[in-house]
Design a protein around this ligand. Structure first.
Ligand SMILES: O=C(O)CCC(=O)C(=O)O
Ligand SMILES: [Fe+2]
Length: 279
């Protein structure tokens, strides 16, 4: 049976439509969300960090692929992407079943260099030490923002639509995947249960994508957000973004500091009054 194509919707699609694709196929491309000028600014803020990043050293991280993190602290232009309303509306729906809140999991530019091989097809939720979650129990959702056009030739992310409903620990082949081609400024949303991987880059140019993950607030974050964005930086952010990073309690008793205080109060002593959180 041939693999179906990636579902795609316009940036005007409703949250209902995006949710229904995520639940059915485990992925969806939302087209042309962020303007080119905004991405130019983001790219110039990150350029020194991208240039200074070393390539990976193994099959999974790739030997011609560079991964640059700490994007909230390093790029003010990245911040409205981390909590883009299209993404937040989708997360509210697909991560709402098993937690009262979710948090940022990782922020990473993935630069797939010329002639990189295809990445091993995997589920991102295997990061939780390969613990198998029950079928349909979604613990994370990722986004991949295209910073260059994503084409089959330059290494567009490969996905298997519908594989979010497959059993765990399978080893699907690259030939079972299809490319999530998209224009610069578009975004691929996909569940942690979707089988996918970075595409092989057969061109002489680099494919740039921004991978931003989100996970239930009672799980450990893949990128250590408190080191990536320490309190002195987080204090300058919108309260909502600081909370998304993890400067809040993840549940009644999770992540408090001091004498049972909510972390947002560490950044803003008046936050309890300003946000209604922390009670
Ligand atoms: O770079 C990509 O397109 C996907 C990378 C990926 O899936 C990963 O590193 O977990
Ligand atoms: Fe992945």
């Amino acid at each position: 049976m041939s693999t179906p194509n990636v579902p795609r919707v316009a940036a005007t699609a409703t949250a209902d439509v995006i949710e229904s694709h995520l639940r059915a196929e485990g992925c969806v491309v939302v087209e042309d969300v962020v303007a080119a000028e905004h991405l130019d600014r983001l790219e110039s803020e990150l350029r020194p960090f991208l240039d200074a990043t070393a390539a990976g050293t193994d099959d999974f991280t790739g030997i011609a692929t560079r991964r640059t993190g700490s994007l909230i602290a390093r790029s003010p232009a990245f911040r409205p992407i981390a909590n883009h309303p299209i993404v937040i509306a989708a997360l509210d729906r697909v991560l709402g079943d098993h937690a009262t809140s979710y948090q940022l999991h990782l922020t990473q530019v993935i630069a797939i260099g010329p002639h990189e091989a295809g990445q091993l097809v995997h589920r991102d939720q295997w990061a939780f030490d390969f613990f198998s979650f029950p079928a349909g129990f979604e613990v994370e959702c990722h986004t991949m923002w295209a910073l260059t056009d994503f084409t089959e030739a330059n290494g567009a992310t490969r996905v298997i639509p519908g594989s979010n409903r497959w059993p765990d620990k399978l080893r699907p082949g690259y030939e079972e995947t299809v490319p999530a081609e998209m224009t610069r400024g578009s975004v691929l949303l996909y569940l942690g249960s979707l089988y996918h991987g970075g595409g092989a880059n057969t061109t002489d140019s680099t494919r740039l994508g921004i991978n931003v993950g989100y996970t239930l607030s009672w799980l450990r974050q893949e990128e250590n957000q408190y080191l990536a964005c320490p309190p002195e930086v987080a204090r300058e952010l919108d309260v909502g973004l600081a909370q998304l990073i993890g400067y809040r309690r993840g549940a009644y008793a999770l992540g408090y500091f001091g004498d049972l205080q909510d972390p947002i109060e560490y950044l803003h002593p008046a936050a309890r009054d300003r946000t209604g959180f922390g009670n």
